[in-house]
Design a binder for this molecule. Structure first.
Ligand code: NAI
Length: 687
């Protein structure tokens, strides 16, 4: 009986085996799917067809292994056994007496590509949305279904390792150039392409002599050392062991198939039971959960938005408008200043060129974005989003002027960084249609968007906004309106502590290094300079007094802004930015601009910053700013970059032992003062 794999034999005697995993929107290589495949292979071995063609009866080939099952496996030994089992199955497919072809459309990732690599040939559909690759490092592991061996064998070590170390996915034509597929064909001609390839029967693709050279035992240690150095620029081996173990795996075994397979099973089963992989897999699932909220989680997921009108064409408004236009929305962009509009349009062009490869798509995106200084688009828009200056009065005055012109069913949104919606909706005739769409800077890089619900916001508007964010390819996080919402609120005490340390005379570079060592993508001082100290000041003044432990605005921050030292954008903030030499290139160089005292590097630097963040996270959870601890973790990791391998602040507290973490916070309170006073939410956490 077939549940997942469906077979038909054509009149040439070729067996077409189509995967349609039952009860799932995606095809995954879970135990059931693999077991059924093994039964099919038994039958094929007993009575071989002329050829075997593996394809998918869904849109998309195979998205990889089933992470739920891998996560469920409790010990490394079971995992190693499972991996060896899959190796044997894929080896049998490769050893069949007949040729085999994988027909790939949509996605072909991880284990899916490893299965395809075990076939004699691969053909990819020429779809713009096709992507294939071995992204396992992003989950803290590396390919283990024979992928390291077969990728090295087919592409050569350098190309294969680059693919696996970056975790990049490739579109069809690039996959062909890289040697991952043998042919690219229009989707509707995939079957014909398979027949063609089987008739031609070329020799299976293998790396050439030159591509095999780096695997030579004499060269390998040298190449591995270079790869390690490059990898270390992106990841700390103590936090992210997988890329380094992958390099070591190759350094030890080169391109020797059986040794690579045995080592895959050993190394990856160990990585899978380690903290980093467990936390990264957890975040992968949380990302899926946020996407699910955008798809409506069973409630439709319809946004009904075609036309977006953005008011304020500055850093944020301009970039949001461009992003929406490249995502297929019709956009009008309004600003008081023509200069601002000109700058925003120029930035938009840069974005389109970078994101959209072909001229036609660029022209279409360009056609969808219209500068609109008079605000003619207001009356037609389905969604009006304001991103003018962060000033409640200015925003209210704007709403007064525009509300009468909005369509009855239009949504009204604000990109405020932290002004509670209730203050902005005062005076609106229909306050229930106001909500927050809080994008982060830079818009093109930050995945998270907080979708803010005010006390009066209608649920229907929230659902539409979540779906809209999803349609932008962003991760929507529903949050309650409260000062700073979630992300800026938890970030604030962390940044304030950094400023406090600066004021104590601790060098900025030491503060940043400590945070980076903890796992933050960028230290807090550099981050504040990047955001802009004027913006930080505005947010601190708005949110600081309303934190769970009210904070005053630090004098040092006020002084910097007063001196127009606004951060990177003005050439000086907490650091001074000069063009310096980095090797042969000119690049901005950071020089400290705050006076430091010798010997002032306290041992609890990172803890002081991190524990203030954790304490505020606990307060947010207690107040219900987000629905639960998992959503809080997702928001803080995707919104601030909080050390992903630690799985998010609430998870970090749980892993550290809640009682022990609370005790440490109390110690910090004793040594450093009231702003470390534990929030009462600690008592409510599950032990
Ligand atoms: P910005 O100062 O770069 O841009 C504001 C733009 O609004 C200017 O071009 C200005 O000419 C225009 N403007 C002001 N009043 C207007 C009006 N009545 N009608 C039409 N246009 C008007 O500011 P930025 O940084 O883009 O911030 C905008 C909003 O986004 C603020 O609420 C800010 O808090 C929020 N935000 C900013 C982030 C950042 O990192 N810059 C991050 C997330 C949110």
């Amino acid at each position: 009986m077939s549940t997942h794999w469906h077979a038909e034999t054509d009149d040439q005697g070729r067996l077409w085996l189509g995967l349609d995993q039952a009860g799932s929107t995606l095809n995954l290589l879970g135990t059931q799917v693999l077991n059924e495949l093994a039964q099919r292979v038994d039958a094929i071995e007993a009575e071989p067809p002329q050829a075997l063609v593996l394809h998918s009866r869904k849109r998309g080939f195979i998205a990889g292994a089933d992470l739920n099952e891998l996560e469920g496996a409790s010990n490394a030994l079971d995992l190693a056994r499972h991996i060896t089992h899959v190796h044997l199955l894929f080896d049998r497919i490769e050893a069949l007496p007949c040729p085999s072809v994988a027909l790939i459309d949509g996605y072909c990732l991880g284990g899916g590509l490893e299965l395809a690599l075990a076939c004699t040939y691969r053909i990819a559909a020429d779809d713009p949305d096709l992507h294939m690759g071995l992204p396992e490092v992003r989950l803290g592991i590396f390919p283990a279904y024979g992928g390291t061996w077969r990728a090295i064998r087919n592409l050569g070590a350098l190309a294969a390792l680059r693919l696996m170390l970056t975790g990049r996915t490739l579109p069809a034509r690039e996959a062909k150039r890289a040697g991952l597929v043998d042919l690219v064909a229009p989707r509707r001609q995939l079957r014909a392409a398979a027949s063609y390839l089987l008739e031609q029967a070329p020799k299976p693709r293998r790396a050439g002599l030159r591509q095999r050279l780096p695997s030579n035992p004499a060269l390998r240690p040298l190449v591995a050392a270079v790869l390690r150095r490059q990898a270390a620029k992106h990841a700390d081996p103590a936090h992210y062991p997988a890329p380094f173990q992958l390099i070591e795996h190759w350094r030890t075994h080169g391109d020797e198939g059986p040794a690579l397979l045995a080592s895959e099973a050993q190394a990856v089963s160990r990585l899978l039971t380690g903290d980093t992989a467990r936390n990264l897999i957890r975040l992968f699932k949380l990302r899926e959960r946020l996407k699910g909220l955008g798809r409506g989680s069973g409630r439709g997921g319809e946004h009904g938005i075609a036309h977006v009108h953005v008011i304020g064409g500055g850093v944020m408004g301009g970039d949001i408008a461009a992003w929406a236009a490249q995502s297929g929305f019709r956009v009008t962009l309004q600003d008081l200043g023509l200069d601002q509009l000109g700058r925003a349009m120029r930035r938009a062009q840069g974005l389109f060129r970078k994101r959209l490869q072909d001229e036609l798509a660029i022209r279409d995106a360009w056609d969808r974005l219209t500068p609109d200084p008079r605000g003619d688009g207001l009356a037609r828009a389905d969604l009006v989003l304001e991103a003018i200056v962060e000033d409640a009065q200015a925003k209210r005055a704007l709403f007064d002027g525009i509300e009468p012109r909005l369509r009855a069913d239009a949504l009204l949104a604000t990109n405020t960084s932290g002004i509670p919606l209730e203050r902005l909706s005062k005076g609106l005739r229909r306050p229930e249609r106001l909500l927050g769409l809080h994008f982060f800077n830079p818009v093109a890089r930050m995945e998270l968007v907080e979708v803010v619900r005010g006390a009066q916001t209608q649920s229907e508007g929230m659902d539409r906004a979540l779906a809209f964010v999803h349609a932008l390819g962003r991760l929507p996080l529903p949050v309650q309106s409260s000062p700073g919402f979630l992300v800026n609120r938890v970030l604030m005490p962390y940044l304030l502590e950094a400023v406090e340390l600066l004021a104590e005379g601790v060098p900025a570079s030491a503060i940043d290094r400590a945070a980076e060592r903890f796992g933050m993508p960028m230290g807090p001082v550099a981050l504040a300079d990047n955001i802009g100290l004027d913006i930080c000041l505005a947010v601190v003044e708005e949110v600081g007094p309303r934190l769970s432990i009210p904070a005053e605005t630090p004098e040092l921050l006020r002084e910097r802004v007063h001196r127009r030292a606004l951060g990177k954008k003005s050439g000086e903030g907490f650091y001074r930015y000069r063009n310096g030499r980095h090797g042969r290139r000119l690049a901005p160089k950071r020089i400290p601009s705050i006076r430091t005292r010798r010997g002032r590097i306290p041992p609890d630097l990172a803890e002081r910053m991190v524990f203030r963040l954790l304490n505020e996270a606990v307060a947010c959870l207690r107040e219900g700013v987000v629905g639960d601890a998992d959503l809080l973790d997702a928001g803080v990791v995707f919104g601030t970059g909080f050390a992903p391998f630690r799985g998010g602040p609430m998870h970090f507290i749980a892993e550290g032992g809640q009682a022990r973490m609370l005790e440490r916070l109390r110690d910090l309170e004793v040594s450093h003062g009231d702003h470390f006073h534990p929030d009462r939410g600690w008592d409510l956490l599950r032990v």
